[in-house]
Design a binder for this molecule. Structure first.
Ligand SMILES: *[C@@H]1O[C@H](CO)[C@@H](O)[C@H](O)[C@H]1NC(C)=O
Ligand SMILES: *[C@@H]1O[C@H](CO)[C@@H](O)[C@H](O)[C@H]1NC(C)=O
Ligand SMILES: *[C@@H]1O[C@H](CO)[C@@H](O)[C@H](O)[C@H]1NC(C)=O
Ligand SMILES: *[C@@H]1O[C@H](CO)[C@@H](O)[C@H](O)[C@H]1NC(C)=O
Ligand SMILES: *[C@@H]1O[C@H](CO)[C@@H](O)[C@H](O)[C@H]1NC(C)=O
Ligand SMILES: *[C@H]1O[C@@H](CO)[C@H](O)[C@@H](O)[C@@H]1NC(C)=O
Length: 576
């Protein structure tokens, strides 16, 4: 599970140390801080200028991990970790919403909440599996009276209810308990189960032994009696606790998603873990050897915190599911606030889910590609276009005609030449560090060029989405970057630069596309048709509502041309 406020990792509360600040008691295990006194504060303000218009949010209170997403009989279900009583982490239940299109959401009563011995001290993250006969079951982590993390099952009370409102927890829970080899406080977030050719179900649970992150594997014939496998499905040294593991097949060809139990020829597998240590995720692409029940990442995927990410920004505790209706695999991730805890109390809410994204394997076989689900396009309103706009060195041009605080953009940049590309230094292995050093205000050769969003008219406030091209000995390196260093004049905001490299042959294409979703306090960007994705939270003080402006810019010495730009205002769906 991913969280307890910065600090929130869906997790455990071992009290390692305790210290006091005026009005706040911090109880912490490593990075887990709990604001004891704020756990049950009733919100005063519900609306706010930072509330999103089309992202998934409940009307109030704290949310974190997406849980048990699934498609069942025409309805999409999203459960999520939710504080029933306040806008910091605490009192967590499985809140529940349903949708017929992944865009408009109807809120229901919490589906799972502490009520039995096996979950009386917590109902943390987990996943849904569809059993034969299209019968859903939820696997979740319960915290028992001893504070141990145990794995429980919950079933719909009435399969005839299209919304599956009520869930029952059999008395035979917990079905999996930590054995002597597993630390009871490091054992959580069961995956969707998959069915093997040998007639056994499998499920993986996140854990660690010393600093080795582990995906502990269990098998079962009947889904009730689970036996631990001798070896974990996979583990990796020095990565710390693995939260929210996700393990699924992807097709070697095309964008079609696969049911979680598919394996064999034409299929690769993906293992994603959320690292409590860094509060970022990484994934590997590899091979699942089902005879020995081992997953081995390809040598092109780094198997630690330097590895591939779904999203190089504010994105954690993610989970995918197979959408049988449209034969696609869909990804949900949690994006936390980057303002202050005090602001969250004032706002009365904290946390959003990112726009659901379809994901598939890139033809290179080396990474995934993501794209917002097509249903999002139904929210497109007023549109403006721009064609063949030349951006000379130092140019800034305002895109007018739509209200851009709640908008969606797609554009293509064409580079006139690569001769002026800055040399790439071998030691620039971390794109985030590079982006922090070379933001929008650092003039370059090819780039920085890109967008300024949620900008004030005078650009005192601006959040830049930019590309920059470097020349390495035998190739060009493309950096994609969110630079929020000027995103807000308000003090105390957390404004990290976020960035990833984009695996494109820019020397060949001379073009790169960008899609950006802007929604008041969140910016999600998809570079090169979804090869590199970045999410940031920003809180402007002037660039709010009708006062938010949108610009394109070029701060490189090489000219660039926008061959096409479309920008849409986004309307608001029914959101809980
Ligand atoms: C929420 O707070 C109320 C009052 O403080 C308390 O009675 C209730 O148990 C809390 N709910 C949860 C789920 O902790
Ligand atoms: C379990 O919850 C109860 C009630 O909130 C609390 O008093 C107790 O300390 C908790 N126990 C553990 C082991 O977390
Ligand atoms: C990676 O694996 C491929 C085949 O799977 C192999 O051809 C290649 O030599 C390997 N590269 C390294 C660096 O081990
Ligand atoms: C471009 O660079 C100049 C010089 O550093 C800076 O003043 C300007 O703000 C930059 N433009 C953008 C859009 O950040
Ligand atoms: C870029 O493309 C040109 C022409 O196709 C080629 O001559 C050159 O070697 C390429 N440069 C790099 C770094 O790939
Ligand atoms: C989100 O909030 C920021 C600022 O408080 C923290 O630095 C991050 O660690 C946190 N992210 C997660 C996943 O908890």
């Amino acid at each position: 599970m991913g969280i307890h406020n910065k600090v929130f990792s869906t997790c455990v509360f071992l009290v390692w140390f305790c210290f006091c600040l005026p009005g706040i008691i911090w109880v912490a295990e490593a990075s887990h801080v709990v604001y004891q006194e704020l756990k049950s504060v009733s919100p005063s303000i519900v609306g706010s200028q930072y509330r999103t218009g089309y992202h998934f949010q409940p009307p109030k209170n704290w949310i974190n991990d997406p849980n048990g997403p699934m498609y069942h009989n025409g309805i999409y279900h999203l459960f999520y970790q939710y504080n029933t009583n306040g806008s910091v982490w605490g009192n967590i239940v499985w809140a529940h919403s349903v949708s017929s299109d992944l865009i408009n959401w109807i809120p229901l009563e919490p589906a799972i909440y502490p009520s039995k011995k096996f979950d009386i001290n917590g109902t943390w993250s987990g996943s849904a599996t569809l059993l034969p006969g299209n019968k859903p079951v939820i696997f979740y982590t319960g915290i028992d009276p001893q504070g141990r993390q145990v794995q429980n099952l919950a079933f719909p009370k009435d399969l005839a209810d299209p919304y599956l409102r009520e869930w029952t927890k059999p008395d035979y829970n917990p079905v999996i308990q930590p054995d002597a080899s597993i630390e009871p406080s490091k054992f959580r977030d069961p995956t969707t189960a998959w069915f093997g050719l040998d007639g056994h179900w499998r499920v993986v649970i996140g854990s660690r032994r010393k600093m080795r992150g582990m995906a502990v594997l269990y098998r079962s014939r009947d889904f009730v009696k689970w036996v631990k496998a001798q070896h974990p499905l996979h583990s990796s040294k020095d990565t710390g606790m693995w939260e929210c593991p996700d393990f699924f097949p992807v097709s070697l060809k095309g964008k079609k998603g696969l049911d979680t139990s598919v394996s064999g020829p034409g299929v690769k597998h993906v293992l994603k873990v959320s690292l409590d240590m860094t509060r970022y995720e990484y994934y590997t692409v590899g091979t699942y050897y089902h005879m020995i029940d081992r997953y081995i990442p390809d040598n092109s995927s780094a198997d630690d915190h330097t590895g591939l990410r779904y999203d190089y920004g504010n994105f954690y505790a993610s989970k995918t599911f197979f959408d049988e209706a449209k034969q696609r695999r869909i990804l949900w991730g949690w994006s936390n606030e980057s303002d202050t805890v005090k602001d969250d109390i004032k706002k009365g809410w904290a946390g959003i889910q990112t726009i659901p994204r379809a994901l598939w394997l890139d033809p290179s076989g080396k990474q995934l590609v993501q794209w917002p689900v097509e249903e999002l396009e139904t929210l497109r309103g007023k549109q403006v276009n721009l064609y063949d706009k030349e951006l000379k060195s130092g140019d800034i041009y305002e895109v007018k005609g739509i209200s851009s605080a709640q908008a969606s953009l797609y554009l293509i940049f064409e580079i006139s030449g690569l001769d002026k590309a800055e040399p790439f230094e071998e030691f620039w292995s971390d794109p985030q560090v590079l982006c922090g050093q070379k933001g929008a205000a650092v003039e370059g050769g090819v780039g920085p060029f890109g967008l300024l969003v949620l900008a004030s008219g005078d650009r005192e406030e601006q959040t830049a989405v930019l590309f920059r091209v470097f020349k390495a000995p035998n190739k060009h390196v493309v950096l994609m970057c969110h630079d929020p260093s000027k995103s807000s004049l308000r003090p105390g905001m957390y404004k990290p630069s976020f960035a990833g490299f984009v695996d494109v042959d820019i020397n060949k294409t001379k073009k790169i596309s960008l899609r950006s979703l802007i929604d008041h306090s969140v910016l999600e960007s998809f570079g090169a048709e979804g090869k590199t994705c970045i999410t940031s939270r920003v809180y402007p003080s002037k660039a709010i509502g009708q006062d938010a402006h949108l610009f394109v810019f070029n701060n490189g010495s090489e000219d660039v041309r926008i061959t096409q730009l479309s920008a849409w205002e986004m309307t608001s769906p029914r959101m809980n």
